[in-house]
Write a protein that binds this ligand. Structure first.
Ligand SMILES: Cc1cc2nc3c(=O)[nH]c(=O)nc-3n(C[C@H](O)[C@H](O)[C@H](O)COP(=O)(O)O)c2cc1C
Length: 199
C-alpha cells in the first residue's frame, strides 16, 4: 500500500534554499514509491495561530493545512535555521496541529547561513515529539557554502537529504500502524501506551 508523505518547506523567503532541499527530499520519497505533497509556507500564507479566533480556525487555509497533515503517514520537515531555532513559519505550522502528527514519523532537514544546523533540527524534532510524533535519528543540514546560488552543489549533503527521504517512506507506515493498533486498545488499558491517550 502506498505511503503518503507531506514535505513541509518552512521558509517564507523567495527563491528559498529550504524549498530547494525540500524538493530534493520530495524527489527521493517519490523514488522510494511514496505519494508526495509539498506544502511551501512561503506560498501558503498561514496567519499566526490564534485558537480563540473561530473564523481563522475554520478558514479554508487552516482546514487545508490540517487535512494535509492528517492525510500524511510521514513527514519531511525542512526548516531554515533562525537564531538557533526552527523558523517562525514552521513553528506556526505546528501550532495548528497535534492529533494530526501523533504516532507518525518525521525526518528533519535544515538550511543555515553558516552553522551546522543542529539547533534548528533539534528544535523541530522537539516540537514534533511534543505532538507525540517520532523522528528519524538521522538528519541533514545544508549551509550557505553547500550552494551555488540557489542550487545545492555539495553531493554529500544531497545524499544525506535523499537518505532522509527514503527512510521516511521506509518507516512511516509500520510506525503509524503500530500506533493505530495500540490506540484501538482503548483509553483504559495501560498496555496501549501513549496511543491509549489518543483513543
Ligand atoms: C532572522 C534570521 C536568523 C538567522 N539565524 C541563523 C542562525 O542562527 N544560524 C545560521 O547559521 N544561519 C542563520 N540565518 C541564515 C539562514 O539560516 C539562511 O539564510 C537560510 O537557511 C536560508 O534559507 P531560505 O533561502 O530558505 O530562506 C538566519 C537568517 C535570518 C533571516
Amino acid at each position: 500500500m502506498s505511503v503518503n508523505v507531506l514535505v513541509v518547506s518552512g521558509s517564507t523567503g523567495k527563491q528559498s534554499r529550504t524549498r530547494h532541499i525540500a524538493d530534493v527530499a520530495a524527489e527521493a520519497a517519490r523514488a522510494a514509491g511514496a505519494e508526495v505533497r509539498v506544502l511551501d509556507l512561503g506560498e501558503t500564507a498561514l496567519p499566526v495561530a490564534d485558537h480563540s479566533d473561530k473564523e481563522l480556525m475554520g478558514s479554508d487555509v487552516v482546514k487545508t493545512v490540517r487535512e494535509g497533515a492528517a492525510w500524511a503517514d510521514g513527514f519531511v520537515l525542512a526548516t531554515p535555521e533562525y537564531h538557533g531555532n526552527l523558523s517562525g513559519a514552521m513553528k506556526n505550522w505546528f501550532d495548528y496541529l497535534w492529533p494530526e502528527l501523533a504516532g507518525k514519523l518525521a525526518g528533519v532537514i535544515a538550511t543555515t547561513g553558516g552553522g551546522g544546523g543542529d539547533m534548528s533540527i533539534v528544535s523541530t524534532k522537539s516540537s514534533f515529539h511534543w505532538c507525540h510524533g517520532f523522528t528519524l535519528p538521522f538528519h541533514a543540514a545544508a549551509s550557505g557554502k553547500d550552494f551555488d546560488g540557489g542550487t545545492l552543489t555539495n553531493d554529500k549533503v544531497r545524499v544525506r537529504i535523499q537518505r532522509v527521504g527514503h527512510d521516511v517512506v521506509r518507516y512511516a507506515k509500520p510506525i503509524r500502524e503500530a500506533f493505530e493498533a495500540a490506540k484501538a486498545m482503548g483509553k483504559e488499558d495501560p498496555a496501549a501506551g501513549f496511543a491509549g491517550t489518543h483513543a
